[in-house]
Design a binder for this molecule. Structure first.
Ligand SMILES: C[S@@+](CC[C@H](N)C(=O)[O-])C[C@H]1O[C@@H](n2cnc3c(N)ncnc32)[C@H](O)[C@@H]1O
Length: 409
C-alpha cells in the first residue's frame, strides 16, 4: 500500500450515479449515508440483507438482482465494491481504474482508489477521520470529536441557538430534560445546555446537569412546587423574554417532555408573541420512562394495546377538570397517572365506581430514574391506603393495569 496519505475530499453526490456491488452488511452500513447525500444508487447484487432489500422496496435505490458484469460502472462517479466474490471485486476494481471511477473496496484497501473515513455528524458538522491503516483508531478519534460536538465542549456554537452576528435578539430553547437521570436528556438538549448563557430550570428534571454548567452561566430557579409555584409563570416568561432580548442564549430546562403537562406551548407562544425565536427540543417523558426504568412496560403484546396518560392534578369532578373519568375507567389498557398522589383516593374510588376492577394491579413509582427511586406495588382498591402508610409523595407516576405484574419474578 502506498505510504502517501489520502487526499481528503467531500463528494457532492446529489443526482449522481453511484454503484454499489454486493448487498451484504457493508452495503447496509454505507448505503444510508450515500442516500442521505442524494446519490442515485444502483445496487448490483444477487441477494441483499433485509434492510438493504427494504431500501430497494421503498424506492430509495435501484436494485439489479444479479452478480457484477463488465460495464456496470459506466457513467458512475463512485463505486463501492463489496461482493463476497474476490474475482468479481478485482474485475470491478479494474473496470473502475479504466473508467477513472473512484472505488472503495471492502476486501482489499490496498487495491482501492478511495477509502471510506470513519464519519459522524453532529451540530451541522460532518466529521471524517482517516488514519490509513487503523480503522479502530479512526473510529475512536471520530467518536471523541462527535462526543465533543454533541456535549458542546468542542466547536463553539453552530446550532443556530446563538444569535446570528449583528442580531440583538437571543434565542430560547425549550428543552425537555427527561425524567431526572442526567443521562436521559437528549443529545441536542445537552449540547444546547452547554452553549447556554442562561438556564431557567424547574425542580423536576435532570438537576445534576446544572452542576456541569460553566461558572458564568446564570441559573434561574423556576422551581414549581406541586400545587403552588415558587415563581409565577408570568415571571418565568418575562425572564425568558428579557434575557433573550439582551442577546443571550437561553435554555428553558423542563422535566420530561416540554409538551406533556409542561406548559411548553404557553411559553412558546409568549416568546413568539414577543418576537423571540424559540426552538423546542423534545424530551423523554416520565409517563413512559419512569415506569419503563422501574421495569413496567406501558404496553405488552397480549396484555395492553393502549396506554392513556392522565393528569390527576384535579380531583374527579373538580371545577375545571377536563378528564372523562367514566371513559377512562372503561378502557382496559394501561392508565398512567401523573400529578395524582394528592387525589389518588378520589381517583381510585372513581375508577372503581365506573367499573375498573378493584383488584387491578397498581404501581406507584416515586422519583423514578433518580437515586431516590422507590417502587411500591398494590391494587386499585388499596392504593390510597398504601400511599399513606408508605408515605409516598410527589413526584410519582402511578401505573394502573395488568402490565404492572409483568416484570415481577
Ligand atoms: C408537571 S408534570 C410534568 C411532566 C413532564 N413534562 C414529563 O413529560 O414527564 C409533573 C409530574 O410528572 C411526573 N414525574 C416527573 N418526573 C418524575 C420522576 N422522576 N418520577 C416520578 N414521577 C415523575 C410526576 O407525576 C409529576 O407530578
Amino acid at each position: 500500500m502506498s505510504r502517501d496519505p489520502a487526499y481528503p475530499v467531500g463528494l457532492r453526490l446529489t443526482g449522481r450515479r453511484v454503484v454499489v456491488l454486493g448487498g451484504g452488511t457493508v452495503a447496509q452500513r454505507r448505503l444510508p449515508a450515500l442516500l442521505a447525500a442524494g446519490a442515485e444508487v444502483t445496487l448490483v447484487a444477487p441477494a441483499a440483507t433485509p434492510s438493504v432489500e427494504a431500501m430497494a422496496t421503498a424506492g430509495e435505490l435501484a436494485w439489479e438482482r444479479r452478480g457484477y458484469r463488465a460495464g456496470d460502472l459506466a457513467e458512475a462517479w463512485y463505486v463501492l465494491i463489496a461482493t463476497d466474490d474476490p474475482a468479481a471485486n478485482a474485475a470491478a476494481s479494474n473496470e473502475a481504474e479504466a473508467r477513472r471511477v473512484w472505488a472503495v473496496r471492502s476486501d482489499d484497501a490496498a487495491a482501492a482508489t478511495a477509502w471510506t473515513p470513519a464519519t459522524g455528524r453532529s451540530a451541522g458538522v460532518t466529521v471524517a477521520v482517516l488514519t490509513g491503516h487503523d480503522p479502530r483508531r479512526s473510529a475512536g478519534v471520530r467518536d471523541a470529536v462527535v462526543a465533543g460536538l454533541r456535549d458542546g465542549t468542542l466547536g463553539g456554537s453552530p446550532s443556530g441557538h446563538r444569535p446570528a452576528a449583528g442580531s440583538r435578539t437571543g434565542t430560547v430553547a425549550l428543552v425537555g430534560g427527561g425524567p431526572g437521570d442526567p443521562d436521559l436528556i437528549t443529545v441536542r438538549g445537552r449540547r444546547l445546555l452547554a452553549e447556554a448563557d442562561v438556564v431557567v430550570a424547574d425542580r423536576l428534571g435532570p438537576r445534576e446537569l446544572l452542576d456541569e454548567l460553566a461558572p458564568h452561566v446564570e441559573v434561574i430557579d423556576a422551581a414549581k412546587i406541586p400545587y403552588g409555584r415558587a415563581m409565577a409563570q408570568e415571571r418565568i416568561n418575562a425572564a425568558l423574554v428579557e434575557h433573550a432580548r439582551a442577546g443571550r442564549a437561553v435554555v428553558r430546562l423542563k422535566g420530561g417532555d416540554p409538551f406533556v403537562f409542561g406548559r411548553g406551548m404557553e411559553e412558546a407562544r409568549q416568546l413568539a408573541d414577543a418576537g423571540v425565536p424559540v426552538t423546542v427540543v423534545p424530551g423523554i417523558t416520565s409517563a413512559v420512562s419512569v415506569p419503563g426504568a422501574a421495569g413496567i412496560p406501558v404496553t405488552h403484546r397480549g396484555v395492553a394495546h393502549e396506554f392513556t396518560v392522565v393528569s390527576g392534578h384535579l380531583a374527579p369532578g373538580a371545577d375545571g377538570s377536563l378528564v372523562d373519568w367514566e371513559a377512562v375507567a372503561r378502557l382496559g389498557g394501561t392508565l398512567v397517572l401523573l400529578m395524582a398522589v394528592e387525589h389518588v383516593e378520589a381517583i381510585a374510588h372513581t375508577l372503581i365506581g365506573y367499573g375498573r376492577a378493584p383488584g387491578t394491579p397498581v404501581s406507584v413509582v416515586q422519583e423514578g430514574t433518580t437515586a431516590g427511586e422507590r417502587r411500591v406495588d398494590t391494587t386499585l382498591d388499596s392504593v390510597a391506603e398504601v400511599v399513606r402508610t408508605e408515605a409516598l409523595r410527589p413526584p410519582a407516576v402511578i401505573v394502573v393495569g395488568e402490565v404492572v405484574t409483568l416484570g415481577r419474578g
